[in-house]
Design a protein around this ligand. Sequence first.
Ligand code: KIV
Length: 274
Amino acid sequence: MSYLQNKFNVKKITTLRLQEMKQAGKKIAALTSYDALTAKIFDDAGIELLLVGDSLGNVVQGLETTIPVTLDQVIYHTKAVVNGARRAMIVADMPFMTFQISDEDAFYNAGRLMKEGGAEAVKMEGGRSIAPKIKMMTESGIPVMGHLGLTPQSIHKFGSYRARGTTPDEAERIMEDALILQDAGVFAIVLEKIPAELGKKVSDSLSAPTIGIGAGPHCDGQILVYTDMLGITTDFSPRFVRRYARLHEVITESISHYLEDVKNGEFPNLDESY
Ligand code: KIV
């Protein structure tokens, strides 16, 4: 199998590679990223997919919801991530109201994420109602990642961030939506905050890889918001987040030392001066 070889002479992760990984039973590791610095660190460490999520509204902008995030903001952050990454596939989120209004609008905005942002694919939240748009895009060469289960852009419709697919009706609808999105041509689907059993059922039923966040261990891959898993955020701790580091503590301690040294005149010393 031949893969896209980029200017770094690195074999890029592509939609094809992700599908092969699913077939081979190899798990896909994904993280969010919003800048070149973290994109480079995560890419060098071997992360296969970087999502420029509209979670940048929460993480970077300090917003309560992702609703106000704009297409221009996602384009700006996608450019930065593209500059930092070499191998990982870069997926950019389509923010709220950038794909709902009309087919033309959705098409044009997805094109901007790819042409101006440099994204290799876009992600859209929603089920059967957006399938025609997904079909149109994938047929035109825009790879689309679906997003089912908890869809944070619909927070004001549902009124809570509770788990989805917890009733038989809801679970059946998510299962059906996953098959409809696959038929429409998605190359992968994010499954957010659904029961592990449903995550397994969807993953087993699709040829497209599923990327879970709070969707149990049977998904074909996992994604987390990087500030949560590195323990930079401390005020958000749902069950599905595993903290691999406590960077908030490390940063706070370092800043305290710096502050002390500056106040005491101990920084800089002569070796650190010209
Ligand atoms: O915006 C985002 O970061 C996401 C992930 C949580 C999947 O959609």
